[in-house]
Design a binder for this molecule. Structure first.
Ligand code: FAD
Ligand code: SF4
Length: 533
């Protein structure tokens, strides 16, 4: 793609037209860019749509510069599209003098200034904003209404209702429920999955062979230097780097559909097979990079899976059902399930710390400057691209933070800031729940920890590493190995009864006592020198 698409310096604000004529204000948040929403079915001159950039949203965590620029780019394009379709839209830029820098203050100001009689908003996906908007409504001198975003396949409460009375929420049963309800990959009876199987995990998840060809990612080339200059001028603290004149993320729905099409044609056929593979040769492999497009609602999850299934149906000789099932499971399974967990367990979820971990995240999580090749690669890539795929997040950065005993608050802050797709409902459930097991086993049945063995099995990272993947202790021993046993040893009281883990304790207990001592001593040394690893 060599297409350049500059963002106009000032978007949409025709203040002279703004008068008392508006009866209703409708707020659209930065992750609510759903042009197919029923709100937009009719034009009404009395309805004013409002989108805004505020310091409260750029500052609640230290975000990646690409994340802020990407959101602003998409919001501005969306506001422009609304106007092109004949709607009245007000866009408040971050650097406007009149901007009061929080959503509530700006809305209150507008409602009072224009004598607005009705205020409507789309239900936020974040608890924080849900609370803020409810509070705002109490203080507004107008009739208020919250509307559905018409984005998800399931209701906010659906997971809570589905698992009522259960301690562990098993994804598989919820996923099957959605498959049946929407008739996705089902036989005509609506009860049996196509081919009779629900799950193809065994066929999937292979290591990438050295000679496997990897498709090139589809990168857009936007010039976002104006936005980046504004972010810097406004003193917003950010992390990571940005190619401001060659910004690769989609700006609008048309480009998101191009990204979907690119995935379907070039990556879907091997998605499942290499879903868990990691390599220095590619940051993306066969992953879709569609999470940002879906999370800001430029794409609907159902249209994403329908496009994949349509392509698969026409190419069944070239694409095995295991590939398509693997992808569908992520989008309508994991994604909906995590959202349901979020609404079932917030706000308590954000406080959970099952292991009582308190250590700090090593400084090199913010720079990528570590000798451990897997971490250097996964963090370096995240800082450069605001992206890492699932297994890099879970089995490299998340795994190491858990082994080290880092406080889940710190781990959450890192994940919430660094990724393009990071919005709390899907970040915290994955980080605190799946990755850190801080929820004590609501999301996962056991902690996702591993020694170098797994990383070496699924990647080519270890061959280029200064550490010895086989050694558990001694000079140059891979830190994952001793920390792995140390983790199990120090959490025996919490984990030994878990039927999926018990075997690890039998292996550990059978080890020679002197050997165990050396491993624990090594782990202690590494924990004390975490910043230098
Ligand atoms: P693909 O591999 O192509 O998968 C397709 C889609 O499936 C994704 O776009 C996503 O929408 C969905 N999906 C896949 N896995 C999950 C999952 N576990 N939970 C929810 N949806 C899933 N995802 C986010 O969208 N935002 C986050 O902030 C986020 N934080 C994470 C933090 C940790 C510690 C971990 C382990 C995972 C996190 N994930 C998050 C889930 C997953 O890693 C990303 O959705 C995925 O890597 C995005 O890349 P992709 O679009 O190329 O995904
Ligand atoms: Fe990572 Fe250890 Fe492998 Fe090095 S040897 S890449 S630190 S797992």
């Amino acid at each position: 793609m060599d297409e350049h698409w500059a963002i106009p310096a000032v978007v949409l604000i025709n203040r002279s037209k703004m008068a008392q004529k508006y009866r209703k204000l409708r707020l659209i948040l930065g992750d609510q860019l759903n042009i197919r929403h029923s709100w937009f079915e009719e034009q009404n001159e009395e309805v004013l749509y409002v989108l805004m950039e505020t310091l409260s949203e750029t500052g609640y965590v230290r975000h990646h510069i690409q994340k802020i620029a990407g959101f602003f780019q998409a919001m501005r394009a969306f506001a422009r599209e609304l106007q092109e379709r004949g709607h009245q839209a007000l866009y408040i830029r971050l650097d406007e003098e009149a901007n009061q820098q929080t959503i509530s203050k700006n809305m209150l100001h507008l409602v009072e200034k224009y004598g607005i009689r009705e205020f409507e908003y789309l239900l936020p996906d974040e608890y924080r904003l849900d609370m803020e908007l409810k509070k705002l409504c109490e203080s507004l001198p107008a009739k208020t209404r919250a509307c559905d975003t018409e984005h998800f396949l399931t209701r906010r409460e659906e997971v809570a209702e589905f698992f009522k009375g259960k301690k562990t929420y098993i994804l598989e049963s919820f996923y099957r429920h959605i498959r049946k309800e929407y008739g996705i990959l089902m036989e005509a009876d609506g009860e049996t999955p196509l081919t009779g199987r629900w799950n193809y995990d065994q066929e999937n998840r292979k290591k990438l062979p050295g000679k496997q060809e990897i498709p090139s990612p589809l990168h857009f080339q936007h010039d976002v230097s104006d936005i980046v200059d504004m972010i810097r001028r406004m003193g917003v603290e950010t992390i990571g780097s940005i190619p401001a004149k060659d910004f690769p993320w989609p700006a609008n729905r048309k480009e998101c559909l191009q990204l979907l099409n690119h995935f379907v044609k070039n990556q879907l056929h091997l998605f499942g097979t290499y879903q868990d593979a990691m390599t220095e040769r590619s940051y993306l492999l066969f992953h879709s990079r569609l999470s940002f497009a879906m999370n800001v609602k430029l794409l609907h999850p159902l249209e994403v899976v329908e496009a994949c299934i349509k392509h698969w149906k026409k190419n069944q000789d070239a694409i095995d059902i295991s590939q398509i099932e693997g992808f569908v499971r992520q989008v309508i399974g994991w994604r909906e399930y995590m959202r349901g967990i979020y609404w079932a367990k917030m706000p308590a979820f954000a406080e959970m710390n099952f292991f009582g971990h308190q250590a700090q995240l090593p400084e090199w999580y913010w720079t990528g400057k570590t000798k451990m090749n897997c971490l250097k690669h996964a963090i370096g890539q995240s800082l450069e691209k605001a992206y890492a795929h699932h297994i890099q997040r879970l089995m490299v950065t998340g795994n190491f933070a858990l082994l080290l005993g880092v406080s889940p608050d710190e781990v959450d802050q890192w994940y919430l800031g660094i990724y393009m797709d990071a919005i709390e409902w899907v970040e915290i459930t994955n980080t605190r729940g799946m990755s850190q097991f801080a929820d004590g086993g609501i999301v996962g049945t056991k902690p996702y920890v591993s020694s170098a063995n797994y990383i070496n099995k699924m990647s080519d990272y270890c061959s280029g590493c200064r550490y010895d993947k086989k050694a558990k202790y001694g000079q140059g021993a891979c830190p994952f190995n001793s920390l792995y046993w140390d983790f199990y040893d120090r959490h025996r009281d919490k984990l030994a009864d878990n039927p999926r883990i018990g075997m690890m304790y039998r292996v550990w207990d059978k080890m020679d006592g002197e050997e165990r001592g050396k491993i624990l001593k090594q782990a202690e040394k590494y924990k004390n020198q975490a910043g230098e690893l």
